[in-house]
Write a protein that binds this ligand. Structure first.
Ligand code: COA
Length: 202
């Protein structure tokens, strides 16, 4: 589902504060240290706990294979100030080829929370989901009590998922191509308005 452009490890995205790039072997130590934090793992569906170097190594190899085969786009997050470091991950994987649906997952190491970094990263990869593939929907599992993740999803245009199912810890947030476009164009309007407001008066 992903094009040749993203299937090569030179592919990267630059956002205001981050590089989003393919994970690599040199990420294993950062990965194992940050993802072994229970506060990170318990909020995700993809990180086992405990999580050590072996798991991190498998994840790096697996993610590179997924990227190479175009079955997804899993990217490490590095701050501009330290492009060799890994501080978190964001990934899209094909969930259902026929239904043209993708699954979004993401986590950030605890020392980096609260700086709007994940909002930046998720917004960037969502652009890739809808610009580079013909996906109709992106789904994202989210723990019902994960206020930070719900806020990230909301800022990126996802409608609030149904949080009424008390039997399930996780809900699924879903955004369609049209909803993403609406969210993008209202964000573009806001940017344009800010730009106009800063123009000197004539
Ligand atoms: C969820 C997570 C990715 C958020 O990353 P982040 O970079 O800190 O997120 P952002 O700063 O972009 O946005 C988080 C927002 O939620 C808010 N928030 C955080 N904790 C909150 C809480 N307990 N209640 C209400 N709001 C909360 C933050 O204040 C922020 O909003 P603000 O910018 O208006 O202040 C990060 O906390 C994380 O990795 N958690 C563990 C793994 C996980 O939950 N993954 C997602 C599900 S798979």
């Amino acid at each position: 589902m992903f094009p040749d452009l993203t299937r090569d490890d030179v592919f990267r995205i630059e956002t205001r504060h981050l590089w989003l790039r393919w994970p690599r072997a040199s990420d294993v130590d950062d990965f194992a240290r940050l993802a072994s934090d229970k506060a990170v793992a318990e909020m995700t569906t993809c990180l086992p706990h405990p999580f050590g170097s072996g798991e991190a190594e498998d994840f790096v190899i697996g993610s590179r294979r997924v990227n190479l085969e175009g079955r997804g786009l899993v990217l490490a997050l590095s701050p501009h100030s330290d492009p060799a470091a890994l501080i978190g991950l964001v990934g899209l994987q094909v969930q259902d080829d026929a239904a043209r649906s993708l699954m979004l997952g993401y986590w950030l190491g605890r020392p980096f929370w609260g700086q709007r970094l994940m909002t930046e990263a998720v917004a960037a990869i969502m652009d890739m989901a809808f610009l580079l593939t013909d996906a109709k929907h992106v789904h994202s599992p989210v723990r019902q009590d994960n206020a930070a993740a719900l806020k990230v999803l909301d800022r990126c245009g996802f409608p609030l998922p149904d949080l009424s199912d008390g039997a399930n810890r996780f809900a699924t947030a879903t955004i369609g191509r049209g909803e993403w476009l609406d969210a993008r164009s209202s964000a573009a309007d806001r940017i344009q308005l800010r730009g106009l407001a800063s123009l000197p008066a004539v």
